[in-house]
Write a new protein. Structure first.
Lengths: 239, 222, 219
């Protein structure tokens, strides 16, 4: 099967451009070179949420149409999303340690991103445990919808909760002075990572489709039914 | 509609009767939760002001983490033969969901009620004036019962005693926050109405989700 | 009652990627009872579950009691089907009486008949015993009582005589004839064709998921 590579090439080119832009930007006033983490952390965070939203779209569409391509979309997006989610949390922790001296802060967004990570893991754990593709698609679609409906409530409750407490003096979202150059580099980074997400998602979906095609070929007339594996006992050999 | 509620009531009654006979919640899960409440001061230090401060939070955490086990209790699990039987009897899946969630909610209320005085004693909190907490207990029990039953329906037979807690715990964060904030709010005299409303909204959403997904999940066999 | 209680045309069932049944043609008329035989793993239980509308066909078209196996109407026809599977479906912590009363109330049947059917299957004196404390044979009788309570039009019996003493074995005949009299049908799975041959009109043999002509071993 010839694989179209234009998306991969575009993603690669954009990533190279983003890297160049990130390195070209002068060190930030307050944080110096450390601020360059933003060029990965912010896009990764954006993508974690985008991937989650796409999983929701795929889940709803599957429940409405029962077409497997929506299940492939939802699952592929969740798999890619969990990596970006993990990356966001890890980079956020590194940022926090370097900037404020602590590995973890109870900042609303960090908490929410960490919670989402667990929800993704539950979604992937559920899929791993179900062999039948239709049952897997339907159950994980419902979990995708349940998770997505609850996440805004989780978000709201965490933000509200944080707002009630005395915010520690050093914690402000970002904490970075953003001049035009910085903003531009950040925009390129977000675009590049979005292209990367799209490329990875497409590869995931292509692989899933190929696996399904293989399974369908194996399930055709030429293959033996399950019952053919059971033969008459041969006593002479046992004793 | 009356038929649905009647069926739900029969399912709940059956679940509760089974629990009375096996005692899984009362004899095993409740002591387990009490043991957890006991372990925490051993780990964080028995400083009285510290324990008084963290007491309510620890209580709600244990309710949520161990309460999930109430919803996945073995005695309420329907094996494949029972599922086939219920399906063929024409039991409405929504009634099955409602019945199971109802029984779990009641058992969770018992769970909360037994653990509360234990927590108060161990952590030295004075509950006088905490009347609003009485409103929170059933709301949390209902939310956890609904969420646990729904997660159980989604996971079906897939390692449900381990997967269901993983699914439930992150999504139960608003319940945890609301319950803890109401208790905290009462203590310092802050507003709690918003958090109570959040609990009600969450319970409503979970009930709707459970009823809507009941038949599709039942038909997604294996 | 439709003329054909069971009507399967080129039906196949796959679980995941694995085919279990393929290209099944089966027609069972009202008032008919068939014996289903075949080696272990030939797909008998899967076929029974398909006929009970618990599984949907992945290929072909099938109808049971006049309702397509793929349509939402199959939900409504389920109470007219009685399935007794390998494993008893009784709740272990409830007594036999409580189990049947629960079933009666869910099905919307008067619970007054519970005593009668328990006596009918010879479990009247054991009605207060918990299902978990009953032997396999007793639990099977309990399932027969359940079927007598619900009086299904399509009766599906898996391993009908397993674990039954001769008295209880008579109950199988009673149930099968009951379904026939009501103008329904019965499908009886057994590894002992000799035992069920008085009960059924003909045999259907499953070989590796397809129907073989009985006795010939050819699909």
């Amino acid at each position: 099967m010839r694989r179209k590579v234009w998306l991969d090439v575009a993603a690669g080119a954009l990533l190279a451009g983003a890297l160049a832009a990130a390195l070209a930007v002068p060190p930030e006033r307050n944080m110096g070179d450390l601020a360059r983490i933003m060029f990965v952390h912010v896009p990764a965070a954006w993508l974690a949420y985008l991937a989650f939203a796409v999983t929701l779209v795929g889940s709803v569409a599957y429940l409405a149409t029962s077409r497997m391509k929506w299940d492939r979309l939802a699952a592929g997006s969740a798999e890619v999303g969990v990596y970006f989610n993990g990356l966001t949390v890890a980079l956020g922790m590194i940022w926090g340690k370097s900037t404020w001296g602590v590995w973890w802060t109870w900042d609303a967004r960090l908490v929410l991103t960490a919670i989402m990570f667990f929800v993704y893991l539950g979604y992937l754990g559920l899929r791993r445990g179900i062999a039948d593709p239709v049952a897997r698609a339907r159950r994980s679609a419902w979990l995708g919808v349940l998770g997505a409906v609850q996440i805004p409530i989780v978000h709201f409750s965490v933000v509200w909760w944080r707002g009630l407490h005395q915010p520690p003096s050093v914690i402000r979202p970002g904490g970075v002075q953003m001049d035009t150059e910085f903003r531009l580099a950040l925009a390129i980074a977000v675009l590049a990572f979005t292209a990367l997400y799209a490329a990875l998602l497409r590869r995931h979906m292509e692989n899933a489709l190929a696996e399904e095609a293989l399974a369908a070929r194996l399930a055709s007339e030429e293959v033996e039914v399950a019952g053919a594996a059971i033969t008459a006992p041969r006593y002479g050999e046992v004793d | 509609m009356t038929g649905l509620w009647r069926q739900a009531w029969e399912v709940a009654r059956k679940d509760l009767r089974t629990e009375l006979r096996t005692g899984e919640v009362l004899m095993i899960t409740v002591p387990f939760g009490a043991a957890a409440l006991m372990l925490i001061p051993l780990a964080i230090g028995v400083d009285a002001p510290l324990l008084e401060r963290v007491g309510p939070g620890m209580y709600w955490s244990v309710v949520l983490l161990f309460g999930v086990l109430v919803t996945v209790r073995q005695s309420a699990a329907d094996g494949p033969a029972q599922m086939d039987l219920l399906t063929l009897l024409g039991l409405d899946p929504a009634a099955r969901f409602a019945g199971r969630a109802g029984a779990s909610t009641l058992l969770l209320l018992v769970f909360e009620a037994v653990l509360a005085p234990i927590a108060l004693a161990l952590y030295g909190n004075d509950p006088r004036g905490w009347w609003w907490v009485l409103a929170v207990l059933p709301l949390v029990a209902l939310g956890l019962g609904l969420l646990g039953t729904l997660a159980g329906a989604i996971a079906a037979s897939v390692a449900s005693t381990t997967l269901v807690p993983l699914i439930v715990v992150p999504l139960s964060v608003p319940m945890l926050l609301a319950a803890a904030q109401v208790t905290e709010g009462i203590r310092v005299g802050a507003t709690i109405f918003g958090w109570l409303l959040l609990l009600v909204v969450m319970d409503l959403l979970l009930a709707v989700a459970g009823v809507l997904s009941a038949r599709p999940l039942q038909e997604a066999t294996r | 009652m439709p003329e054909a209680v069971i009507d399967l045309r080129a039906v196949g069932v796959r679980l995941g990627d694995t085919p279990i049944l393929r290209n099944l043609h089966l027609r069972v008329a009202a008032g008919e009872a068939i014996g289903l035989i075949g080696a272990n793993g030939s797909g008998k239980t899967t076929l029974l579950r398909l006929l009970a509308t618990l599984l949907a066909p992945t290929d072909g078209e099938g109808a049971v009691l006049g309702v397509s196996l793929r349509s939402p109407e199959r939900f409504a026809v389920r109470p007219r089907i009685g399935l007794i599977g390998h494993t008893p479906g009784l709740y272990p912590q409830l007594t036999l009486e409580e189990n049947l009363a629960f079933i009666a109330r869910i099905a919307g049947i008067s619970a007054a008949a519970v005593h009668e059917v328990l006596d009918g299957v010879g479990l009247g004196l054991a009605r207060h015993r918990r299902a978990a404390a009953c032997s396999h044979g007793m639990q099977r009788r309990g399932e027969f009582a359940r079927v007598m309570l619900t009086r299904p039009d399509l009766l599906l019996l898996d391993e009908a005589h397993a674990g039954l003493d001769p008295q209880a074995a008579e109950l199988v005949a009673h149930l099968v004839n009951g379904a026939r009299r009501r103008g329904g049908a019965a499908v009886v799975v057994s590894h002992e064709p000799g035992r069920i041959s008085p009960l059924v009109d003909r045999f259907v043999e499953l070989q590796a998921g397809a129907i073989a002509e009985p006795g010939t071993g050819r699909p």
